[in-house]
Design a protein around this ligand. Structure first.
Ligand SMILES: C[S@@+](CC[C@H](N)C(=O)[O-])C[C@H]1O[C@@H](n2cnc3c(N)ncnc32)[C@H](O)[C@@H]1O
Length: 249
């Protein structure tokens, strides 16, 4: 991916914010507990999007502030998780005071940030002993239809197989202790419209020319019709991959 393509994909989500909110999976509660711990804490959810992780953090009792650069995504978040303070901002320049939070979480978004600035910025807003928690839902491709889906949306399992490989600067930072890693099984039941929305919400599809995008979505409909089970749904399996690192004193 060229740096122009990367920038286009990182900023593609606003155009599909409503579809994103409908289609994208949440995160397993065990993974959320593993990331930030069981005690209520002050958490900033960065690149919060429409609030998929934010909602789970709030449900777990944390005091959460969401930071997200895209206005349409923030609008969806405010509707989906009412009452959560939602700030315009980016991981590289967080609109928060020094040492003001116990945890910085980033779901499905750390690969879009400039790590050279985002790692020190996370360290700045964290209290000593605070946690940086990164999480991704990685689609499994054990079945042929799942592999075909990945090809259609230009994001195969291999793209995100080891999400942190996409972010080498984080593993090496002296501002944080060693990264711990854990995986959780997760799945999403999708009807035909859900699978099509999921495809449409992916940056590799959202950034295509309209005719190309329409062709991909037609192929996704056909794929669904070929493989739908007796319940009228398909199950997408995910490995939820989580990383956490403690801010050094
Ligand atoms: C794939 S979405 C993930 C949204 C949400 N965290 C979730 O788990 O569904 C990626 C999000 O990162 C945001 N984003 C892109 N570049 C960013 C940056 N440099 N700093 C913070 N967020 C960014 C996008 O606007 C988008 O909402």
């Amino acid at each position: 991916m060229t740096s122009d393509e990367r920038a286009a994909r990182a900023t593609s989500f606003g155009a599909v914010a409503e579809t994103y909110e409908r289609a994208r999976p949440s995160y397993p509660d065990e993974a959320v507990t593993w990331l930030v711990g069981p005690r209520p804490r002050r958490v900033v959810d960065v690149g919060a999007g429409t609030g998929k992780l934010t909602a789970r953090l709030v449900a777990a009792g944390h005091d959460v502030v969401a930071v997200e650069p895209s206005e349409p995504m923030r609008g969806q978040l405010q509707a989906a998780v009412p009452g959560v303070p939602t700030l315009a901002g980016r991981a590289e320049a967080l609109p928060l005071d020094d040492a003001s939070v116990d945890a910085v979480t980033v779901a499905q978004a750390w690969h879009w940030v400039d790590e050279s600035r985002a790692v020190p910025e996370a360290a700045r807003v964290l209290r000593p002993g605070g946690v940086l928690g990164l999480i991704w839902n990685v689609r499994e491709e054990s079945q042929a239809w799942q592999r075909r889906f990945g090809e259609l949306i230009s994001d195969t399992e291999a793209t995100y197989a080891d999400p942190l490989q996409l972010c080498p600067g984080t593993r090496a930072s002296p501002l944080f202790g060693p990264l711990a890693e854990e995986e959780f099984a997760f799945e999403q039941q999708l009807d035909r419209a859900g699978l099509v929305d999921l495809a449409a919400s992916r940056s590799g599809v959202a950034t295509r020319a309209p005719a190309d995008r329409a062709a991909v979505l037609r192929s996704v409909r056909d794929l669904f019709d070929e493989h739908v089970d007796a319940t009228g749904r398909l199950t997408l399996a995910y490995r939820t991959v989580a990383y956490r690192a403690v801010r050094t004193a």
